[in-house]
Structure formats: C-alpha cells, structure tokens
Design a protein around this ligand. Structure first.
Ligand code: NDP
Ligand code: GDR
Length: 373
C-alpha cells in the first residue's frame, strides 16, 4: 500500500503536535502548515523534526496562513494530500472579543479557503476534518450536549466556528466531499497553551510552590467544563477520518468540573489544602494546611488565588458537559485519562519546569517569567 499523505493546519499547536506524532507513528507522510513568526514557534513539534535534506522525510513543514487563499491553493495543489486536518485557529475565546474580525477571518473564512483549495485542486477523494467545538452550544439548551443539541454560540470565536461547522457540512452535502466535524469539548495536556485556564493554573501552582510567583489571578471560577486529554481526542479524530462515510461526532468525557475544582485538585497535587472564602470579586483561596516537602515556598495563610474581573468575558459559557455516546457506539471509544490523572500529568510537568527555573535563579541565571496571563 502506498504511504498516505496528511496535511495538518495548526501543527504547531497543542492538538497538531499530538496528531503529528500519531500519524507519523502510523507511517504517514505528514505535511504541516506553520506561520512565519519573528521567533521560533515549533517547540511542540521540535522532537519530531527531521532533516529535510534526507531522501524521504516524513515530516515536512510549509509556511502558510489561513488568511492567504492563494498560498493555500498552491499548497494543496502541490502536496495533494489524502487527508486534511484543519486544526488552525485563533483558538482563545477571550481574545476573540478583542480580535473579532481577525478571528472570523482565520476560523470561519480560513476553513472555507481550505475547502475551496481542496476543490480547486480537484482532490475529490481527499478527506477533511474540521476542529469544531463545544463552544457552539454556548448558552446550553440541553444537558449533556450531544450531536443533535441546538447551537447558541456566545463569542466571536464560537460564531466563527459555527460558520466553519456548517461550511464543512455543506461541502459534504454539496460536493460529496468526505468532510467531518469533531465537536470537541475542552481537552488539555502539558502542551496546552499557557493562557488557557488549566495550564495557567498548573503553571502558577508549580511556580508558587517554588517561590517564582506570588499569586494567581483568575476570572469566573464557577465556570464548569468537561475536560479531557488532547492525546485521547486526536486518536478519535484519526478514526473519524477512516470511516466509510463521513459523519460528525461529539468528543467528551461526560464528566464536569468547575474551575475552582481544578484549582483544588492542583493544590492537592502539592499536598496542600486550600480554603476559599469571600464572594464574587472578593473571593480568595488561602493555604489552610502547608506541605513544606512538596511546596517549600508556601505557608499557612498565604493567599494563592484572587479574582481579577479583567478575566471575565462579555458573554460567558457557564457550563458544558458532553455526551459522547455516539462515538462510543461507533468506535467503542472511551477517553483513557481521568480528570485527576490529567491534573497530575500537567502538574508533574510544570513542577519539573518550575524546579529547573528555581535552580537557574538560585545560581544567578535569569529564568523565564511567570505571572503571565
Ligand atoms: P492552539 O491554540 O494550541 O493551536 C492553534 C494552531 O493554529 C497553532 O498551530 C497556531 O499557530 C495556528 N494558527 C493560528 N492562527 C493561524 C493562522 N492565521 N494561520 C495558520 N495557522 C494559524 O489550539 P489547540 O491545539 O488547542 O486546538 C486545535 C483546534 O481545535 C483549534 O481549531 C481549536 O479552536 C479547536 N478546539 C480546541 C479545543 C481544545 O480544548 N483544545 C476544543 C475544541 C476545539 P502558532 O503556533 O503559530 O500560534
Ligand atoms: P474555553 O477555555 O474558553 O473553554 O475555550 P479556557 O481555558 O480559556 O476557559 C475555560 C473557562 O475558565 C474560565 N476562566 C478563565 N479562563 C482563562 N483563559 N483565564 C482565566 O484566568 C480564567 N478564569 C476563569 C473562563 O471564563 C471559561 O469559562 C477552550 C479553547 O481551547 C477553545 O478553542 C475551545 O473551542 C474550547 O475550549 C472548547
């Protein structure tokens, strides 16, 4: 059998890196779209790098951007992939309120540009995956949310993704393209972007444990999410692309936790107990029991968590909980990583990083800056 070729947009992101690993492991030739930036942006896939001068490289990166249709047209015609995974997006919900037009350009029109590039290149057999999102449900009208639950997007990001969802369905219906949507609920990992809430929390708790950060400022701690592991979800994404007929699926764990629960679990990983008090913007999380062995810099009474209204969103999605029974029935798929395991894995990663930073500082080298949002 000839080797399959896949194109991944967003290969430098969290999901792109796991998917690239998975496809390389399956013997694919993987092409990735990366943006030109003034500094390196390939850290998540550096471990997969191959010398492009070797005779048959399996990972090939191309410069490109979802806002550049002529570039996408040329790339698709040149690569002629069997499978296209569209993971590229301005993926931050809060940022989408500030860069609404750009988000629409990349996330909505970018998807259309890619589909048109597939069509223009005459790739009638090419398969297409769209990274759709639980944010489509927004103001939820049914819980848990499944494939048939009505959408009510609550941010420029979610509205842009709604267009991308429907244009994917439309190209399937109009042109018979194998095009499918994965309606993915939040999924995290040690490679999660540092400004999403889970990673922001795990980095902050690891940093505070070693005296690198004084306090963590959060927005709405009552928000509830269905958090899974990115690697589990990419496995299912690939399986969705190997079916006889394209179809749309919810990817979720069926378990829901609040942002505050996530904070509590991270504290537990450090052996400390946190006590929350106060209401709304005055809420704080304070150390009730310390653990000098695992969190040497933290003492009883230290305030580790405060609320900063800057992180509140103009319209919030309060609660998401997915029902992935269709994926379970079709693929016998169940996520392998629990909420506690996810917190543990992310904390272990960020603790190792914080320990290294603390060592660098102790020896007079300036480490990386924490306290970022
Ligand atoms: P990330 O933010 O980690 O990665 C986004 C990727 O898109 C990066 O590679 C980024 O490049 C690239 N990108 C952004 N803008 C452009 C552009 N204009 N042109 C080309 N590439 C661009 O997101 P995730 O990996 O977490 O998510 C992957 C996809 O899945 C996204 O579409 C997201 O919206 C969607 N999704 C994610 C969920 C999650 O919980 N993670 C849940 C549901 C959907 P660079 O590295 O240069 O910034
Ligand atoms: P989300 O993820 O908006 O669900 O989008 P994020 O981690 O940003 O927020 C989750 C919830 O936590 C609340 N929150 C905070 N969020 C951030 N980022 N920073 C904070 O300080 C903070 N405090 C509280 C938020 O208000 C929200 O309710 C992610 C992205 O990966 C999308 O691309 C994807 O489509 C969805 O998940 C499913």
């Amino acid at each position: 059998m000839t080797e399959k070729k896949a194109l991944i947009t967003g290969i430098t992101g969290q999901d792109g890196s796991y998917l690239a690993e998975l496809l390389l492991g399956k013997g694919y030739q993987v092409h990735g779209l990366k943006r030109r930036a003034s500094s390196f942006n390939t850290q998540r896939i550096d471990h997969l790098y191959q010398d492009p001068h070797t005779p048959d490289p399996k990972l090939i990166l191309h410069y490109g951007d979802m806002t550049d249709s002529s570039g996408l047209m040329r790339l698709l015609a040149e690569i002629r992939p069997d499978e296209v995974y569209n993971l590229a997006a301005q993926s931050h919900v809060a940022v989408s309120f500030e860069s609404a037009e750009y988000t629409a350009d990349v996330d909505a029109l970018g998807t259309l540009r890619l589909l048109e590039a597939i069509r223009a290149a005459g790739l009638t057999q090419c398969r297409f995956f769209q990274a759709s999102t639980s944010e489509l449900y927004g103001l939820v009208q049914e819980s848990p949310q499944r494939e048939s639950t009505p959408f009510h997007p609550r941010s420029p990001y979610a509205v842009a993704k709604l267009y991308a969802y429907w244009i994917t369905v439309n190209y399937r219906e109009a042109y018979g393209l194998y095009a499918c949507n994965g309606i993915m609920f939040n999924h995290e990992s040690p490679r999660r972007g540092e400004t999403f809430v889970t990673r922001k929390i795990t980095r902050a708790f690891a940093a505070m444990a070693y005296g690198l950060q004084s306090c963590l400022y959060l927005g709405n701690m009552d928000a509830r999410r269905d958090w899974g592991h990115a690697a589990d979800y990419m496995e299912l994404v690939w399986r969705m692309m190997q079916q006889e007929q394209a179809d749309d699926f919810v990817l979720a764990t069926g378990q829901q936790h609040s942002v505050r629960d996530f904070v509590q679990q991270c504290a537990t990983e450090l052996g400390i107990e946190l006590e929350f008090s106060g209401e709304g913007c005055a809420e704080t999380g304070r150390v009730r029991t310390a653990c000098p062995e695992r969190a040497p810099a933290l003492k009883v009474g230290d305030v580790l968590v405060r609320v900063d209204p800057r992180y509140f969103r103009p319209a919030e999605v309060d609660s998401l909980l997915g029902d992935a029974s269709k994926a379970h029935r079709t693929f016998n798929w169940r996520p392998s990583c629990s909420f506690i395991q996810l917190c543990q894995q992310m904390m272990q990663h960020d603790i190792a990083e914080a320990q290294q930073q603390a060592l660098l500082r102790q020896h007079g080298f300036c480490g990386r800056s924490y306290d970022r949002d």
